[in-house]
Design a protein around this ligand. Structure first.
Ligand SMILES: NC(=O)c1ccc[n+]([C@@H]2O[C@H](COP(=O)([O-])OP(=O)(O)OC[C@H]3O[C@@H](n4cnc5c(N)ncnc54)[C@H](O)[C@@H]3O)[C@@H](O)[C@H]2O)c1
Ligand SMILES: CC(C)[C@H](C(=O)O)[C@@H](O)C(=O)O
Ligand SMILES: [Mg+2]
Length: 355
């Protein structure tokens, strides 16, 4: 039976990078007889322009009925001034909520071939292998908000953060299970010296950890964690944290690998899961054909691994990416003299030729 992959390119470089990942998926599908079917749907600013909403019901329903979703990115300056509830970013938030994607996995592994591109010294960054487990459908992102009100004579806005015990339990359980398959260490990141939600997070995490005596649990404040990621990233195995902290820390951690264009992610829910690079729509390079497609290609590998349980095909993609890098192909975000300058198409061809 065929497996349906819903592809949502979105805006900016979204089309270019999802085209690359779909080409790679088609090649492994042929090689391993996976029988993948692809169906493309609009979202983000592109969908807003087409039908007045960033997440058309048809896109959400197609995603809900798919075996897995491959997402590009949404957003861009063109839509910066649209009504807040219709911003392109609402598409990705709506998909996360609509699919119940509570666990966002952002693996940060520094490929040996790319160690020299890190802004950090080689001896600090070498061997970095962190999995950020970010809670994705709660916290301040989804709390009540007010865009504007007059309070004591001044205009103000507010966003409320709330977390419930079951929400924290669910994501910390996920992190513990992930750590069991890795190095048995979980670092829970919060701001419990200031925030009530963080204090609940820390109490709840400690309770969950009692069930996992084999796992070492460490708690860090988010500001310290941000610093530790740059001074000693290899101290981390699994980091579990809330929605906002996870967003910020994962962009920070992404540069350890040399470029945000390298980092894939999986957003896991109870049924259909979604896969996307952690970067955005990169409006500054959109349409130039020079975006690094590897984060999206590696997200496609995660799709095969987590949604379709096609481990061999997933490994095949990951190895093809490593080979293309070892052969010297570099998109401009990672280019240095002595390497082969590759645009998006050339890099994609390089990966395809190693499959
Ligand atoms: N999941 C998503 O859809 C998502 C994620 C993050 C940001 N965004 C949106 O994207 C838009 C732009 O945001 P931003 O500029 O803060 O972040 P961004 O990640 O789009 O870009 C930051 C920088 O990284 C570069 N970059 C990003 N991806 C790259 C790639 N694959 N190859 C080479 N270089 C790459 C960009 O050129 C830019 O210089 C905003 O509208 C934002 O809301 C969307
Ligand atoms: C576009 C935006 C809503 C999104 C987020 O904040 O979660 C992005 O930054 C990400 O990291 O996926
Ligand atoms: Mg982000």
């Amino acid at each position: 039976m065929s497996k349906k992959i819903v592809v949502i390119p979105g805006d900016g470089i979204g089309q270019e990078i999802t085209d690359s990942a779909v080409a790679v998926l088609k090649k492994v599908s042929d090689k391993y007889n996976l029988n993948l079917e692809f169906e493309s749907h609009p979202a983000g600013g592109t969908a807003y322009d087409l039908c007045g909403t960033p997440l058309p019901q048809t896109t959400l329903e197609a995603a809900q009925n798919a075996d897995a979703v491959l997402f590009g990115a949404v957003g861009g300056p063109k839509w910066d001034n649209v009504e807040p509830t219709l911003r392109p970013e609402k598409a990705v938030l709506g998909l996360r909520k609509g699919l119940g994607l509570y666990a966002n996995l952002r693996p940060i592994k520094v490929a040996d071939a790319l160690v020299e591109y890190s802004p950090l010294k080689e001896e600090i960054v070498k061997g970095t292998d962190v999995l950020i487990v970010r809670e994705l459908i709660g916290g301040i992102y989804f709390g009540d908000k007010c865009e504007s009100e007059i309070y004591e004579g001044n205009e103000r806005a507010w966003d409320l953060e709330n977390y419930s015990v079951p929400e924290v339990n669910r994501i910390v359980e996920f992190a513990m299970q992930a750590a069991k398959k890795r190095k048995n260490k979980v670092t829970s990141v919060d701001k419990s010296n200031v925030l009530a939600t963080s204090r609940l997070w820390r109490r709840t995490t400690a309770k969950v950890a009692e069930k996992y005596p084999e796992i070492t649990l460490e708690n860090l404040y988010v500001d310290n964690c941000a610093m530790q990621l740059t001074i000693n990233p290899s101290q981390f195995d699994v980091i579990v944290t809330g929605n906002l902290f996870g967003d910020i820390l994962s962009d920070e951690a992404a540069v350890l690998s040399g470029s945000i264009g390298m980092l894939p992610s999986a957003s896991i829910g109870e049924s259909t899961s979604l896969y996307e690079p952690i970067h955005g729509s990169a409006p500054d390079i959109a349409g130039k054909g020079i975006a690094n497609p590897l984060a999206t290609i590696l997200s496609a590998a995660m799709l095969l691994r987590y949604s379709l349980d096609e481990q061999e095909a997933a490994t095949c993609i990951e190895q093809a990416v490593d080979k293309a890098l070892a052969q010297g192909y570099r998109t401009p975000d990672l280019y240095k003299e002595g390497f082969i300058k590759a645009d998006t198409k050339t890099m994609t061809e390089a990966v395809l030729s190693n499959i």
